[in-house]
Design a protein. Structure first.
Lengths: 113, 111
């Protein structure tokens, strides 16, 4: 079983739709959970991060972590064409100076005007 | 402010040729540095990471090597490229406990 599983999509939605992106993981030691957005031919940029379980909201974006189910989600409200990108989940546990992020494979999202 | 520079943006190299990709970070000291490769359908694969000058950890056996000659410089190298080395190479540094900052990437095509 892979450490992090993410549905690669692609996902195509109309402008204004609510988008739900999800990842599951197997390592119960993960404590930090992140979502990155990657535009075509660019490096990933950090979008959201959460520690342990719970919700975090930032504008149109909401990140949820359910550690009991080993499941994380990113919700995008009122999606815009500019949200079209690949979204990668990532997670880590602190192991001193050798902390490493483990990434999902990414979900490609297209928001159609 | 902290910034990360990575170059070149695009590279086309013949099989068997050497490779050198450079990454530098500004505005911070003693960062953790990382090299990732992103191939279509395979996600981000960690290749090397470094917690200090001269300290390199390799995550996967491969045709590549990394060096950290200075605190804020991280170099990815190969003596002889293979077709399978094609991909999108990303350098990153750890900003804090919550995430990494990535460079803009180098798209390498081995022909």
């Amino acid at each position: 079983q892979k450490e992090v599983e993410q549905d690669p999509g692609p996902l195509s939605v109309p402008e204004g739709a609510i988008v739900s992106l999800n990842c599951t993981y197997s390592n119960s030691a993960f404590q930090y959970f992140m979502w990155y957005r990657q535009y075509s031919r660019k490096g990933p940029e950090l979008l959201m991060y959460t520690y342990s379980s719970g919700n975090k909201e930032d504008g149109r974006f909401t990140a949820q972590v359910d550690k009991s189910s080993k499941y994380i989600s990113l919700f995008i409200r009122d999606s815009q064409p500019s949200d079209s990108a690949t979204y990668l989940c990532a997670m880590s546990n602190i192991q001193g100076g050798s902390e490493k992020l483990v990434f999902g494979k990414g979900t490609k999202l297209t928001v159609n005007p | 402010s902290q910034t990360i520079h990575q170059w070149p943006a695009t590279l086309v190299q013949p099989v068997g040729s050497p490779l050198s990709l450079e990454c530098t970070v500004e505005g911070t000291s003693n960062p953790n540095l990382y090299w990732y490769r992103q191939a279509a359908g395979r996600g981000l694969q960690l290749l090397f990471y470094s917690v200090g000058i001269g300290q390199i950890s390799s995550e996967v056996p491969q045709n590549l090597s990394a060096s950290r000659p200075q605190d804020r410089q991280f170099i990815l190298s190969s003596k002889k490229l293979l077709l399978s080395d094609s991909g999108f190479y990303l350098c990153a540094w750890r900003k804090d406990s919550y995430g990494y900052t990535f460079g803009s990437g180098t798209r390498l095509t081995v022909v």
